[in-house]
Design a protein around this ligand. Structure first.
Ligand SMILES: [Zn+2]
Length: 231
């Protein structure tokens, strides 16, 4: 094989390695990245917090209602005991009991509203719980896939690098350094020649350059400086 042919083959492997390394980088970047699970869990936690707050409100309301109920009972007992003879005192107590009853009714309505809210939030929590489970299971599966993909990519990269080493060992070290330098500057060091055109810069090559390249010498494109390879 010509030197240009060897370098072209080396370039093909280098491109493959770069491609696999890019894929590996992306897979590694997604490993352990659990934003979706965290977001779902945060949403659930926020609703649980809401429920806790509602239950707290409910308990203090019920406590207040119980307190009023005992007051009302005591007031009613006094009113109907016949012990209070003074009409002014009687009417004042009656008025007070009425106020307590009105307040209790108001609190009971509020309690019902809160109970409804509790039910809604509880149902929401059940849904979010299920969603979190599904998201988490999906995430686990996805991560498993990434771990497998990573292992496959690492294996194939290993093979490619070995292949490259073997190939590079066959190339003269000065030529290899030249290739590396060109690759660094140009991205691609070797350009195929097709129908007399350098595929690196798409310029028609003069016949002298073509002849030289055909004679398997190491020829650079006069326009883009890449090593010309005639397949
Ligand atoms: Zn060129």
């Amino acid at each position: 094989m010509s030197v240009a042919g060897q370098l072209h083959e080396l370039q093909e492997i280098d491109l493959e390695i770069a491609d696999e390394e890019h894929k590996l980088e992306q897979v590694v970047g997604r490993l352990g990245k659990d934003d979706v699970v965290v977001t779902a869990r945060e949403k659930l936690d926020a609703e649980k917090e809401k429920l806790k707050e509602l239950r707290h409100q409910q308990h203090s309301l019920e406590w207040e209602i119980d307190d009023l109920a005992s007051k009302i009972k005591a007031g009613d007992d006094q009113l109907y005991s016949g012990k209070i003879k003074n009409p002014k005192e009687l009417s004042s107590l009656q008025h007070e009991v009425e106020l307590w009853k009105a307040k209790r009714n108001g609190l009971e309505t509020k309690d019902l509203e809160i109970m409804e809210k509790v039910e809604t939030v509880e149902a929401g929590i059940a849904t979010l719980n299920q969603e979190l489970e599904e998201i988490d299971a999906g995430w686990q599966r996805e991560q498993e896939g990434f771990r497998n993909e990573k292992a496959v990519l690492e294996g194939s990269l290993n093979d490619l690098k070995q292949k490259r080493q073997t190939l590079a060992a066959e190339v003269d070290s000065k030529v290899l350094t030249f290739y590396e330098r060109l690759r660094k500057n140009k991205g691609l060091a070797v350009a195929r020649v097709e129908q007399g055109i350098c595929r690196g810069c798409r310029i028609s090559l003069p016949s002298s350059e073509l002849q030289q390249a055909r004679r398997s010498a190491l020829v650079q494109c006069g326009s883009c400086s890449r090593i010309l390879y005639l397949p």
